[in-house]
Write a protein that binds this ligand. Structure first.
Ligand code: GCU
Length: 681
C-alpha cells in the first residue's frame, strides 16, 4: 500500500511542519468565496478538499468577510472587492488574478481577486501551491496573468481508445460510455489542468477520424465540454480535411467549392449550437498521408481559411499544423515546413494560428529551433511541444523535459535583432500578433499514475507552468513539483530536482550526442537503430540522418550541403554555417565532420568525444539511480519502488544505446575505443 500517483501534484497530504500548520490555520480562519456559479462551486470544493488535507482540519466557510479570512471573488460577485477598487485588475483580462494581504472593509484578510470566476480559480490554485510548498502567506502582493492565450493539450487519442505515441495505458476518454457515463478521472483531469493554467484540450488524434464530427459523437464531445467548462477548459477537435466527402456525402472537399464552404459553415453551427464556447479545430493536412487542400491544388492558406471563416462568427480558431514533409519535393526534410509556410505569411485569416513543432524534424532529444519561429511576422506561430516521450524512451526513461522546453523558448531567432526569442514569437509580443498559442502533446492515459512514470507527471506540469509564464525557470518549477508530488523534505527536493535538471542532457548523451538525431528503432522509435538502411523512402531511414561513413559522421546542412542554415536569421546562419562556430550540441546536426575533427571544448577528436559522451550518458544514469536509492527512507514506498524499477530499465537501456551506437559507428571510424574504456560486450 502507498501513494500510487493518482493524485498528481494535488496530493494535499498533511504538512509535516506543525508550526506552519498553526500559522496557516490562523491566517485562514474562515473562507468566503463570493458568487454562485459552477466555477465558484469548484473553488469551494477545492479549498475544502485541499485545506482539510494540508492543515488537517475542515476549513470554515462563511458568507461574509471576516477577520483573517481568505476571500475569493470578483468585483461583480463581491461588493467588498468592488469597493476595494483594485487598480491591478484592469490589465489582467479574463484569466489573471491578484493575491494580496490587505484590509477589506476594515478587516485583515488574504484576498484572491480576479475579473472572472475562472481567474479566481487560477488564483486559488496559486494560493494552494504556496501552502503545499510551505511558503509564508504574509504581505502577499501577487499579480499574475498568462503570457500566452491558447494553452492546450493535444491528445493523440483515437476513438477506439488507442493513444498514438501514448505510453500510459489507453485513452482516458471512454467514447463508448459517453455521454451518459462519466468518471471521476474526467474531473481530476480538469482540476489538474486548471491548477497549472491549461485552458483547452484537443480531444482526439491529429490523424483524425471523421466520425468525430457526426451527431452521435458530438453528443459525447458536448458532455465533456459541459464537464470542463467550470474549470476554464475549452474543448477543441482535430478534424479530417476530407470530412465533407467522408461524412457529408459531397463529391469533393475542395476548399474553394461553395458546397464545401456551406458544409463546414453548417457543421460549425451545429457544433456551436451544442457547445457555445467551442474552441475550434486542429488540422494535420497534407502530412504523412492525411488529406488536405493540396489534394485539390490549393494552398495551406486556402485550406485553413475555409475553416477559419466558418469558425470566425462564433469566436473559434484554427490551429493549422506545419508538420509537413514530402520527399517528392526533393527538398531535405528539415527545410520543408519553412519552404511551405514562409511564402504564405499574410495569407491566413485572423483566427488562424500555425502550429509548429519546436524543432524542424520531429521531437528529437535535441534539435535546433524550427526556423519558422520569427519568419512569419503576420502569422501567429504556435509552439507544439511533445510531452509524451516518443523518441525519448517512452514512459520508462526519466527525462524531465522542462529544460528542453526552456532551451527552445529561450533560443534567440534574431528575427528583429538580438533578444527576439522564440518565446517572444510564441507569446505574440515580438510582432504584436493579436492571438498566441502553445500546445503540448499529452502523455496522459488510464494508468493509475496517469503518465506511466511518476516523475513524468512533471512534464505535464512544467508544460502548463511555462505556457502560463515562460519566464519561470524550469529549476523553480521542478522544485515546486517535487514538493507537491513527492515531499517537502530538503534532501528529497535537492536530490530529485538535481536528477531532473540533468536528466535530459544525460539522455541526449546516451542516445544522440553532439547533434545526432533520428537514429531510433524504426516505426516505434524506441531504442537504437542507427543501422536502418531502407524503408522505401530516403527521408525515413536513420542512415540518412547520421550519414556515417569512413570519412566521418554528421549531416551537412551547411552551404556546402543542403544549406538549411540559410533559413535562419543572421548571425545564426553564419554561425551555423561553420563547424567552428556551431554550438557543440548541434555539431552533427549541421555538419559532416571527419573522425579526427578536434572538438573545441575538450580537445578530443570527434570519435573519442562521441565515445566519451555515450559512456558518460550511461554512467550518469547509474549515478541517477544511486541518487534515487539514497532516498529510499524518505519516500513513499510505492512511489520509491516504481521509479526504482523504471531506473533499472533505463540503466540497462542506456548501456544498450551506448554499446549499439559505439559498435555500429566504429565500423565506420575504424578506430579503437579511447584509453580506459572497456569494449562493449
Ligand atoms: C510523428 C509521429 C506520428 C505523428 C506525427 C505528427 O511523426 O511519429 O505518430 O502522427 O509525428 O506529429 O503528426
Amino acid at each position: 500500500d502507498g501513494e500510487d500517483g493518482y493524485r498528481l501534484w494535488l496530493k494535499y497530504d498533511l504538512l509535516s511542519d506543525q508550526q506552519s500548520i498553526k500559522t496557516y490555520r490562523k491566517q485562514i480562519s474562515s473562507i468566503y468565496v463570493a458568487g454562485d456559479s459552477a466555477t465558484t462551486t469548484v473553488i469551494r470544493d477545492e479549498l475544502s478538499h485541499a485545506l482539510s488535507g494540508l492543515l488537517g482540519k475542515q476549513p470554515k466557510f462563511v458568507e461574509a468577510v471576516g477577520k483573517h479570512a481568505l476571500v475569493v471573488g470578483t468585483p461583480s460577485s463581491s461588493a467588498d472587492i468592488r469597493n476595494a477598487d483594485l487598480s491591478e485588475l484592469k490589465g489582467l483580462g479574463k484569466e489573471g488574478f491578484v493575491i494580496k494581504s490587505l484590509e477589506l472593509s476594515g478587516k485583515p484578510v488574504t484576498l484572491i481577486a480576479a475579473n472572472t470566476d475562472v481567474g479566481a480559480l487560477y488564483g486559488t490554485f496559486h494560493l494552494l501551491r504556496l501552502i503545499q510548498t510551505e511558503q509564508p502567506l504574509r504581505e502577499l502582493e501577487i499579480v499574475e496573468k498568462p503570457k500566452i492565450d491558447v494553452r492546450v493539450l493535444n491528445h493523440w487519442d483515437d476513438m477506439d481508445r488507442h493513444v498514438e505515441r501514448g505510453f500510459a495505458g489507453e485513452s482516458i476518454w471512454d467514447w463508448h460510455k459517453l455521454p451518459d457515463y462519466t468518471y471521476p478521472r474526467y474531473y481530476d483531469y480538469a482540476r489538474a489542468n486548471a491548477s497549472i493554467g491549461i485552458n483547452g484540450t484537443v480531444l482526439n488524434n491529429v490523424n483524425a477520424n471523421a466520425i468525430t464530427l457526426t451527431p452521435h459523437y458530438l453528443d459525447k464531445v458536448e458532455a465533456l465540454a459541459d464537464l470542463f467548462r467550470p474549470y476554464g477548459i475549452k474543448v477543441y477537435l482535430s478534424i479530417k480535411f476530407s470530412s465533407p466527402q467522408l461524412i457529408g456525402g459531397l463529391k469533393t472537399s475542395d476548399p474553394l467549392d461553395p458546397t464545401v464552404k456551406q458544409w463546414w459553415k453548417d457543421k460549425v453551427e451545429e457544433i456551436y449550437a451544442r457547445i457555445p464556447d467551442f474552441g475550434g479545430f486542429l488540422v494535420k493536412a497534407n502530412s504523412e498521408g492525411q488529406p488536405g487542400p493540396g489534394d485539390f491544388g490549393r494552398t495551406h492558406a486556402e485550406g485553413a481559411n475555409l475553416l477559419a471563416d466558418a469558425l470566425a462568427p462564433h469566436g473559434g480558431v484554427v490551429m493549422w499544423r506545419a508538420f509537413v514533409y514530402a520527399n517528392e519535393k526533393n527538398e531535405e526534410r528539415s527545410k520543408q515546413a519553412y519552404s511551405e509556410f514562409k511564402p504564405l505569411d499574410g495569407k491566413f485569416h485572423d483566427n488562424v494560428l500555425i502550429q509548429v513543432k519546436n524543432g524542424p524534424i520531429d521531437f528529437q532529444p535535441r534539435e535546433p529551433f524550427s526556423p519558422l519561429f520569427g519568419a512569419t511576422p503576420k502569422t501567429p506561430m504556435m509552439m507544439e511541444f511533445q510531452i509524451t516521450m516518443e523518441y525519448l524512451g517512452f514512459s520508462t526513461h526519466l527525462v524531465y523535459l522542462g529544460t528542453m522546453y526552456e532551451e527552445a523558448l529561450q533560443s534567440d531567432t534574431y528575427a528583429k535583432g538580438k533578444g527576439s526569442t522564440v518565446a517572444k514569437v510564441v507569446d505574440g509580443s515580438l510582432f504584436n500578433n493579436h492571438i498566441s498559442g502553445i500546445a503540448g502533446v499529452s502523455n496522459i492515459g488510464t494508468d493509475r499514475n496517469w503518465t506511466g512514470h511518476i516523475i513524468l507527471q512533471s512534464n505535464w506540469y512544467v508544460f502548463g507552468r511555462l505556457a502560463w509564464d515562460h519566464e519561470l525557470t524550469t529549476a523553480d518549477i521542478a522544485d515546486e513539483w517535487v514538493r507537491m508530488t513527492l515531499s517537502n523534505d530538503e534532501k528529497v527536493v535537492s536530490t530529485v530536482t538535481d536528477m531532473m535538471m540533468r536528466s535530459r542532457e544525460i539522455t541526449v548523451n546516451y542516445m544522440t550526442p553532439l547533434g545526432l538525431h533520428h537514429i531510433m528503432g524504426v516505426g516505434h522509435h524506441y531504442g537504437p537503430g542507427p543501422w536502418v538502411k531502407d524503408l522505401g523512402r530516403e527521408d525515413w531511414t536513420s542512415v540518412y540522418y547520421h550519414k556515417a561513413g569512413k570519412d566521418g559522421i554528421g549531416f551537412d546542412r551547411s552551404p556546402t550541403g543542403v544549406n538549411s542554415v540559410e533559413q535562419y536569421f543572421s548571425p545564426l546562419k553564419e554561425e551555423y554555417a561553420k563547424a567552428e562556430t556551431t554550438p557543440e550540441e548541434l555539431l552533427l546536426w549541421f555538419h559532416h565532420l571527419p573522425w579526427d575533427y578536434t572538438v573545441k571544448s575538450t580537445g578530443r577528436d570527434l570519435w573519442d568525444e562521441l565515445v566519451h559522451r555515450y559512456y558518460q550518458g550511461a554512467a550518469d544514469v547509474t549515478a541517477m539511480h544511486n541518487q534515487w536509492q539514497s532516498l529510499q527512507d524518505e519516500l513513499d514506498p510505492l512511489q520509491y519502488h516504481q521509479v526504482d524499477m523504471a531506473l533499472t530499465i533505463q540503466e540497462k537501456e542506456a548501456r544498450w544505446w551506448r554499446d549499439a551506437c559505439v559498435t555500429y559507428f566504429q565500423t565506420f571510424s575504424q578506430r579503437p575505443l579511447p584509453k580506459g574504456f572497456e569494449k562493449p560486450e
